[in-house]
Structures are given as structure tokens and as C-alpha cells.
Design a protein around this ligand. Structure first.
Ligand code: 8X3
Length: 256
């Protein structure tokens, strides 16, 4: 993946940061997006000093359609031919029942996980089609396989990521472009702290007794899909910890 340009949304932490590290270690140049400018700048300094690569920062909120447009239009010419788009930005707030949760929080989840992914895709993929090359890797979730207690809206958004990935694969079938949906199970990142509205202790308890996946584990699979030969399209990957079987069935008897 040397000299390829990889665009990652939500790159300041977790799976996005893991992907940034992995692709940087393989010689890819990176366009990194997130809302947290300071975290992005720190990551740029870290990776550019460690690897012989260049990083361009595009801080915006994927919910802000105008900001996405302005930012992408501001990209210097040499950064415009994006090889790999990793639609990673996503979140969940709360684990409320569908008839009890907060509509305002769900708006943020839906706007980020579905509409944000769609807006970024809509703006970047036409350039890939024009160049006759490109790979769109969406970070879906095991949550998109079926609903689980307290997850109804999040699960719905990840089911939407599956439909958007499948639909895009259909729409691009007559092109050399590839579309992959990576569907992680339990991954221990800041994601769960946000899920529990900032309560780190509850988030930690969620993963107690199971060796959860890390952002770096997911990045390995993302890289595997991206670096497959051009005629190989990895459509979907469902990956979870060894002691997880489904969204709701896991064995938490093993200490980390
Ligand atoms: C996160 C997976 O099962 O923790 O996408 O909700 S789960």
C-alpha cells in the first residue's frame, strides 16, 4: 500500500486510529478526519516522525454536510486521488429502550452513522469512479446483524451501513472499485465510554472477564481487505473475540 492515499474518518481514536497506524506502517499517505483537532495533530506528528509518509488533516464533523464539502474542496490537487476511503466515524449514546430514549441523542447517532457516512461517500466516490480505482471500507458492526436489548437505534444504523455497503457494491459492479463492510463485535475503545455517557467504570465492567478486540485488531482486517489483489473483493467480515458468539452471547469467565 506504499504511496496510496487513504482517507479515514473518525481517525482520532479507536479503530480509526488503529487504521491510521497500520496504513502508515505500510507506507500509505493519510488524510485523517475527526472533530478533535488536537488529537489529529498529535497523531500526525507521531506517525510522520515514525514513518516516511505524509499526512493531511481534515478536521470536520461528518454530520456537517457543508463542512465536509468545503473541506474536500480545499484538498490540494495531489491529495485528491483517494485510493481507500475508510468510513469509520460512528458512535452510540446510551442503551435506552426504544420507547424511553432521547430523540436528540438518537439524531446524533443517526446523523453520524448513516447520514455522515453517506455524505462522505457521495462526495468521494465519484472521483474514484473517474480514476477507475478505489476501495470503500465501511466500519459496520455485529450490531447490524440483528437487534439486541438497549441497542435498537444503534443496531438500526449498522443495519443501514450493511444496506448502504451492499447497495454501493451493486451500483459499482461495472467498475474496478471494491466495497467492504467490516463488522466488529466487542472492541474495547473509547466507543463504550461514549455508549455509557462518559461513565468509564461501567464501560470497563462491560469488557471484564473477556479479552475484547482492540482497534489495532480491527485495523489488521481492514488492511487485509485493502491489500487483497485487485480482482478480490472482500465483501464482508464479521469478527469478534474468541469468547464471543453473538451480540448477546459471550463468555466472561476469562480474566484478561
Ligand atoms: C459495537 C459492537 O456489540 O458492542 O459496534 O454493540 S457492540
Amino acid at each position: 500500500m506504499k504511496d496510496k492515499i487513504v482517507f479515514i474518518t473518525g481517525a482520532s481514536s479507536g479503530i480509526g486510529k488503529g487504521c491510521a497506524r497500520k496504513f502508515a506502517s505500510k507506507g500509505s499517505d493519510l488524510i485523517l478526519n475527526a472533530r478533535n483537532v488536537n488529537a489529529l495533530e498529535a497523531l500526525k506528528i507521531e506517525l510522520e516522525s515514525e514513518y516516511d509518509i505524509h499526512i493531511y488533516l481534515l478536521p470536520f464533523d461528518v454530520c456537517d454536510r457543508e463542512a465536509i464539502k468545503t473541506s474536500l474542496m480545499s484538498l490540494p490537487e495531489k491529495w485528491r486521488k483517494i485510493d481507500v476511503l475508510i468510513n469509520n466515524a460512528g458512535l452510540v449514546i446510551g442503551m435506552d429502550k426504544e420507547h424511553e430514549g432521547k430523540l436528540d441523542e438518537w439524531d446524533i447517532v443517526i446523523d453520524t452513522n448513516i447520514k455522515g457516512l453517506l455524505a462522505v461517500t457521495r462526495l468521494i466516490v465519484p472521483g474514484m469512479v473517474e480514476c477507475g480505482k478505489g476501495h470503500i471500507i465501511n466500519i459496520g458492526s455485529i450490531a447490524g446483524e440483528g437487534a439486541y436489548p438497549g441497542g435498537s437505534v444503534y443496531c438500526a444504523t449498522k443495519a443501514a451501513v450493511k444496506a448502504l455497503s451492499d447497495g454501493l457494491r451493486i451500483d459499482l459492479v461495472d467498475t474496478p472499485l471494491r466495497v467492504t463492510n467490516i463488522k466488529p463485535g466487542m472492541v474495547e475503545t473509547n466507543f463504550s465510554v461514549i455508549r455509557f455517557r462518559g461513565d468509564k467504570q461501567t464501560a470497563d465492567r462491560f469488557y471484564e472477564g473477556i479479552h475484547a478486540l482492540s482497534g489495532d485488531d480491527i485495523a489488521e482486517t481492514v488492511y487485509f481487505a485493502a491489500s487483497a489483489p485487485a480482482h478480490v473483493q472482500i465483501a464482508e467480515v464479521l469478527l469478534m473475540p474468541t469468547n464471543q458468539a453473538t451480540s448477546t452471547i459471550s463468555y466472561k469467565g476469562n480474566k484478561k
